[in-house]
Write a protein that binds this ligand. Sequence first.
Ligand code: ASP
Ligand code: CP
Length: 304
Amino acid sequence: MKSVLRTRRSLIDLDDIAEDELHEVFARATAFDRSRPEKRLSGVACVNLFFEPSTRTFTSFNLAEIRLGAELVNLTPKDLSYINKGETIEDTVVTLAAMGVSVLVIRHPEEGFPRSVAAHFDGHVVNAGDGTNAHPTQALLDLYTMLREFETLQGRTVAIVGDVLHSRVAHSLIAGLQRLSAGTVLVGPPAFVPEEYATEGVRVSRDLDAVLPSVDVVVLLRIQRERFAAMPLADEEYVARYRLNAERLALLPSQAVVMHPGPYNRGVELDESVLRFAGWRYAQQVVYGVSVRMAVLDFLVNGT
Ligand code: ASP
Ligand code: CP
């Protein structure tokens, strides 16, 4: 029987992946964590196209592609003829496909850009972050980190703290947490966490201190200042109410972990005590970022 997994072409958001497929990706990531993989992308040409700065996602996609034996090209906006020679992005990706490029990994400031590219590209598109919309591989590596910690997320509670409104990481992660039946509480001021986010399985709170004693995971977010014109509340007020510090860490249950997609801003959403906290999992997320991205590429290109 032909596997449904073979039909997946692109990963634009978590909606593109069913629950059994999530677990398939996680199982592959675990296998890649344990042993050096065969060159499962040998002869597969991948182009990374990043229109926004990136340290973690860019480097980990590069490492993932290299470790799987792919043929790899990195293009930056200044390399692209479509930027200043009147070519369209649609014609650009048709050209890349004609050269045998099979995988495009795209980060772009505009919501929907990777999906519109996927409509014209005869290959696989992986969204590496589009505007405030989605960052599916970050959500996958965050979920994977949580699952390695707790085995199942059913009955667990995850607090996502900070600028949810402008965070593509939060938007994809909320969808993933719902998929895995985790309780989710979004914590922040109304300007960053509008009441409309509250739905079945997702709570909104303004009070971080009240939430911390009953959570298993805290995901801190950076304030996405590049995505809005003016800070909607005073920095001091934000820090006083939402910065994670030693006093607040002491409110957490003993098994709780703290995560952050990075880049983190010291002195804003966290202070130095978080970086020394035994349950701080940032480095582990970065490590898993490579194996999860290998698993996503392998899953899209090779199916089951
Ligand atoms: N690096 C993540 C992103 O690109 C989160 C952040 O920038 O705060 O969405
Ligand atoms: N977490 C994340 O996407 O980091 P970069 O922006 O550095 O890729």
